[in-house]
Design a protein around this ligand. Structure first.
Ligand code: ADP
Ligand code: MG
Length: 234
């Protein structure tokens, strides 16, 4: 995918992103890392078009990210699974397909089962979110994001509410998606996953991009700030 950030700043009560510039081509799996509060979620929301930057321009795959057409090309997986609690895993997906994509009931059903199976949930399709594990619910929300056949999947700390075993289970399932030809932009604190899955890493601190490059930057940081961060997460 192609990512262009030009002079991106974003202010809530105070400025949380300061003049970000980035130009990436031919990367398919981009990790955003940094301490809590460094602006990762804000940046990923801006890149997915969920929010507009206070100033600057973001283009992804040559789309302005606030373009309606772009919104149809992306899927977003949130920190907590965000599934509708009163619908089964399958209904969570068919609802989206029928309502937002105008898909026929039968095809929506087939599509939902296909993606739930891809995430190894074929035995859980008729359960409510509260009756499956946190890892299964999170995998269902990944299946839901995939079901609309997006080009890019955004994941914002998809395992932050999970224990280490479920974290591994979810991240292993994401790694299996590599062959689908999708692009990924994700935030995580799991550095082993960054090393295995990312082909580019962006390190943020205090609303700025401090260091960027291939995952090997984690082993030999140029900046003291990334060096300190790596001591905390390793
Ligand atoms: P991260 O994901 O790296 O933890 P965030 O992007 O969530 O960082 O937050 C960056 C800064 O912006 C933090 O200081 C946070 O408190 C602030 N912030 C995030 N979202 C909002 C919001 N909706 N309103 C006000 N402040 C916010
Ligand atoms: Mg965050």
């Amino acid at each position: 995918m192609k990512i262009e950030l030009r002079n991106i700043s974003h202010t809530y009560d105070v400025e949380v992103l300061t003049n970000l510039n980035l130009s990436l081509k031919n990367h398919s799996s981009v990790a955003i890392i940094g301490v809590s509060g460094s602006g990762k979620s804000t940046l990923i929301r801006l890149m997915s078009g969920l929010e507009k930057p206070s100033s600057g321009q973001i283009k992804i795959n040559d789309y302005d990210v606030n373009d309606e057409d772009y919104r149809k090309k992306i899927g977003f997986v949130f920190q907590n699974h965000n599934l509708f609690p009163h619908l089964t895993l399958k209904q969570n997906i068919t609802l989206v397909l029928e309502k937002t994509r105008g898909m026929e009931k039968e095809l929506a059903n087939e599509t939902a089962l296909k993606y739930l199976s891809l995430l190894h949930l074929e035995d859980q399709v008729n359960k409510l979110p509260k009756n499956v594990s946190g890892g299964q619910a999170q995998r269902a929300s990944i299946a839901r994001a995939l079901s609309v056949n997006p080009d890019i999947i955004f994941l914002d700390e998809p395992t932050s509410s999970l224990d280490p075993i479920l974290t591994h289970e979810v991240l292993a399932a994401v790694e299996e998606l590599k062959g689908l030809g999708k692009d990924f932009i994700f935030v995580t604190h799991v550095m082993s996953f960054v090393r295995d899955f990312a082909d580019y890493v962006i390190y943020m601190d205090q609303g700025k991009i401090i260091e960027q490059g291939p995952p090997s930057i984690l082993d030999d940081p140029k900046h003291e700030s990334l060096r300190e961060f790596m001591k905390k997460v390793r």
